[in-house]
Design a protein around this ligand. Structure first.
Ligand SMILES: C[S@@+](CC[C@H](N)C(=O)[O-])C[C@H]1O[C@@H](n2cnc3c(N)ncnc32)[C@H](O)[C@@H]1O
Ligand code: SF4
Ligand code: SF4
Length: 389
C-alpha cells in the first residue's frame, strides 16, 4: 500500500485515541504513573548477521530466550491492555519459528494495539517470507496495521561488508521484493527499508536513497546510536562514533531529507531533530513516549523502561506490573529523565510522543517550513534546548 494511505489509517486510529491521550498526559504528569502504551519486545538475540555497528549477534542464546509458553502467562494480565504500539525486534525475529504464533498471542492479550512493527534483516528469505506473509495476512484479517522494515545498509557489496554476510544484499533483496508484492495486496501493511549510516557506509547513503526511490520503496535512515540494553554496542562508540566528517555529512543529509519529505510525515520530524542535535551538541528536543509510558522487554525476560534504563527486574520472577510501578523503579525513571534523556538519540516511537504534544508539534511544523524554504537558515531556527517530554 502507499505510505500516505497507511499514514492516513494510522492517523485515524491515533485520532480515535486522542481523548484518552489527553487524559493520560494529565494523569502521568499530575497524579499516578500511567500504564505502558508503547512496548518493544526483543524476542531473541540470535541473529543471521554479524553487523559492525551492533553487537546483538554476540549474545544470541536460544536457550535463554523466553518460550511462547513462558511469554503468554506474562501477558495474561490487564496491566498490558493499554499498549497501542508494539515493536518486535532483536536479534533477528525471523530466526524464531514461532514468530507468527507470537504475533497472534499478542493480539489476544493487547486489545488496544493499533500498530505492530517488525524489523528484519531479510537475510534468510526462505524462512522470512512465509513467516512474514502469515503475519501480514493475520493482521489484515484482524484489522491491525503492520509495518515491516528490512534493513539495508548499502547497495551491493557495502551491505555485505556492514552485515558480514556473503551475498547479503541479494538475499535481503529477495525478501524486499516479496514484501513489496505483498504490500500491494494489503492496505493494512506498510513496507519499507531501514538504513543505518556511519563511517563505513556513508559514501553509499545517496545510493541507498536513489535505489529505494527507483524501486518506489519507503526508506528511513537511522541515526547511529549506542545502547547496551538494545544493541549491546556501547563499546563501539569509541571506534565508530561520529567524528566531525560524519557529523557534517549527516547534518546536511538529514536536512536534505527534511526538504524532500512532507513536513507532516513522521520522518521529517525525526530528521530535523537529528540535524538539530548534531548542530547543538546533542541536546535532545524530541519528545519520547518511553519517559512516561513505555517498556522494553528483552529475550530472557529482563524488563527496562527503555533502551537506556537499567534493568527493573525479570518478568519470570516478578510481574511486569510490580516492576513497573515499584517505587525504586519510578525513582530510577526520574533519574533517567534528568540525566539521560537530555542527550538521548533514540527515535523509538518518537512520532507517538510527537502527535500527542500539540504545542511543540505546531512549533516543529513552523520550523520545518522555514528549513524547507531555506536550509541555510537551519542554525538560526534552532530552538533553545527545551526539556524533552
Ligand atoms: C537491532 S536491529 C534488529 C532487527 C534486525 N536484526 C535488523 O537488523 O533489522 C533493528 C534496527 O536497528 C538498526 N541498528 C543497528 N545498529 C544500530 C546503531 N548502532 N544505531 C542505530 N541503529 C542501529 C538496524 O540497522 C535495524 O534497522
Ligand atoms: S543490526 Fe540486526 S542483524 Fe545486525 S547484529 Fe544487530 S540485531 Fe543482528
Ligand atoms: S529519551 Fe531516551 S533515555 Fe529518555 S526515555 Fe526516551 S529512550 Fe529512554
Amino acid at each position: 500500500m502507499s505510505t500516505s494511505t497507511f499514514r492516513l489509517q494510522y492517523l485515524a486510529k491515533a485520532a480515535a485515541g486522542v481523548p484518552r491521550d489527553l487524559v493520560n498526559t494529565f494523569v502521568s504528569a499530575k497524579l499516578h504513573p500511567i500504564r505502558p502504551t508503547v512496548l518493544i519486545y526483543n524476542c531473541t538475540w540470535v541473529c543471521d548477521a554479524k553487523c559492525t555497528m551492533c553487537s546483538n549477534w554476540k549474545f544470541g542464546d536460544r536457550k535463554s530466550d523466553m518460550t511462547l509458553a513462558q511469554l503468554e502467562p506474562v501477558f495474561d494480565n490487564p496491566f498490558w491492555t493499554a499498549v497501542e504500539n508494539l515493536n518486535i525486534s532483536g536479534g533477528e525475529p525471523t530466526t524464531r519459528n514461532d514468530l507468527p504464533d507470537m504475533v497472534e498471542m499478542f493480539h489476544r492479550h493487547l486489545p488496544r494495539v493499533r500498530k505492530i512493527g517488525i524489523n528484519t534483516t531479510g537475510l534468510t528469505p526462505h524462512r522470512a517470507i512465509p513467516m512474514l506473509t502469515r503475519i501480514v495476512e493475520f493482521c489484515a484479517a484482524k484489522g491491525l496495521l503492520i509495518s515491516i522494515r528490512v534493513s539495508l545498509d548499502g547497495i551491493g557489496d557495502i551491505h555485505n561488508q556492514v552485515r558480514n554476510v556473503k551475498r547479503g544484499f541479494d538475499k535481503a533483496c529477495q525478501t524486499i521484493e516479496a514484501m513489496q508484492a505483498l504490500a500491494k495486496k494489503h492496505d493494512n501493511f506498510q513496507f519499507g527499508i531501514a538504513a543505518t549510516i556511519f563511517g563505513t557506509n556513508m559514501p553509499d547513503a545517496e545510493n541507498i536513497l536513489a535505489w529505494a526511490r527507483a524501486k518506489e520503496i519507503d526508506v528511513v535512515f537511522n541515526m547511529l546510536r549506542f545502547t547496551d540494553a538494545m544493541l549491546h554496542n556501547k563499546e563501539l562508540q569509541e571506534t565508530i562514533g561520529f567524528r566531525e566528517r560524519e557529523e557534517t555529512f549527516m547534518r546536511k543529509f538529514f536536512l536534505d531529507r527534511v526538504q524532500e519529505e512532507s513536513v507532516l510525515s513522521g520522518q521529517a520530524f525525526m530528521y530535523l531533530h537529528y540535524a538539530d542535535m548534531i548542530a547543538n551538541g546533542y541536546k535532545r528536543t524530541m519528545p519520547c513516549p518511553f519517559r512516561s509510558q513505555g517498556l522494553l522487554l528483552n529475550p530472557n525476560g529482563d524488563l527496562h523502561y527503555c533502551e537506556n534504563s537499567e534493568k527493573l527486574g525479570n518478568v519470570l520472577d516478578d510481574s511486569a506490573e510490580t516492576l513497573y510501578f515499584k517505587a525504586e523503579s519510578l525513582a530510577h525513571r526520574e533519574h533517567l529523565k534528568e540525566k539521560v534523556c537530555p542527550t538521548c538519540l533514540s527515535p523509538c516511537q518518537v512520532n507517538v510522543g510527537a502527535m500527542k504534544q500539540f504545542v511543540p508539534y505546531a512549533r516543529f511544523l513552523k520550523r520545518a517550513y522555514q528549513v524547507k524554504r531555506d536550509p541555510q537558515r537551519h542554525l538560526d531556527t534552532l530552538p533553545v534546548a527545551e526539556q524533552v517530554r
